[in-house]
Design a protein around this ligand. Structure first.
Ligand SMILES: [Zn+2]
Length: 75
């Protein structure tokens, strides 16, 4: 379960990063802040994408309700 915890922590962190970038963007138009927001947002999306993909790989039945017989193959 450590892996699932790892993934959910990463998702939580990325959501927080996106929130920081959004809030800062509304308040400030400094070049430095805009640049920083871009880096934060970019990093957050990378974390999010990797975490979501890994969560799917860890638990392919995640989101599929109970029915394991359909056998959806990925890749
Ligand atoms: Zn600023």
């Amino acid at each position: 379960m450590d892996c699932h915890h790892h993934v959910s922590e990463a998702l939580r962190l990325s959501a927080e990063l996106l929130k920081i970038a959004d809030e800062q963007q509304k308040q400030c138009e400094h070049d430095g802040c805009i640049l920083l927001d871009g880096v934060i947002r970019d990093s957050a999306w990378k974390i999010r994408q990797a975490a979501l993909q890994w969560r799917l790989d860890l638990d392919p039945s995640n989101g599929v309700d109970g029915d394991m017989t359909s056998g959806i193959a990925t890749g």
